[in-house]
Design a protein around this ligand. Structure first.
Ligand SMILES: Cc1cc2nc3c(=O)[nH]c(=O)nc-3n(C[C@H](O)[C@H](O)[C@H](O)COP(=O)(O)O)c2cc1C
Length: 149
């Protein structure tokens, strides 16, 4: 049984709501979940039984939220071997900005470069189209879950 490590990038709280909603569903299913609001490489197991879910908004002009930016920098500077990590990215953004969901796409590229294994393509949530972003999880979740059963 997996323990999911949900790594959150948020400024205004929406990505945290999405992470909490996903965590509730996973726990109902019998999985364990740890949510990281101040993610640090040293607090994350690098182990095939601990998949990483990165749930991040984009802020500034296509930038990481402040709480996840140091983690992205740690990945870049210490280049850990993530061969054993399976991961999925949930990217929140708004299509009213040029660089839609760019933070999610940047971390996806970083993880892939470190040999982590992407499980399903990045799930983009546009908060213009889905004002309650956690609602989008309900439609996406059943098919995504099949990867872990
Ligand atoms: C100042 C600001 C800058 C933003 N820049 C982007 C951006 O470059 N690309 C994008 O897709 N969304 C952008 N957004 C939209 C946010 O990613 C979106 O509202 C998201 O749901 C916020 O999540 P949070 O509440 O977890 O911080 C921006 C929002 C704000 C307020």
């Amino acid at each position: 049984m997996y323990t999911f490590e949900i790594i959150v990038g948020t400024t205004l709280g929406s990505a945290e709501y999405v992470a909490d909603h996903l965590a509730e569903k996973l726990i109902e299913q019998g999985f364990q979940v740890n949510i990281h609001l101040d993610p640090k490489l040293e607090s994350l197991p690098i182990d095939s039984k601990h998949p990483w879910i990165i749930c991040t908004a984009t802020h500034g002009a296509g930038d990481y939220p402040d709480n996840i930016a140091p983690f992205a920098l740690q990945l870049q500077q210490s280049s850990p071997d993530l061969t054993r990590i399976q991961y999925s990215v949930i990217a929140l953004g708004s299509k009213s900005y040029d660089q839609f969901c760019n933070a999610g796409h940047m971390i996806d590229r970083q993880l892939a470069k470190l040999n982590a294994k992407r499980v399903t393509k990045t799930f983009e949530i546009c908060t213009l189209e889905t004002p309650i972003p956690e609602d989008a999880i309900d439609g996406w979740y059943p098919q995504w879950l099949n990867n872990w059963l």
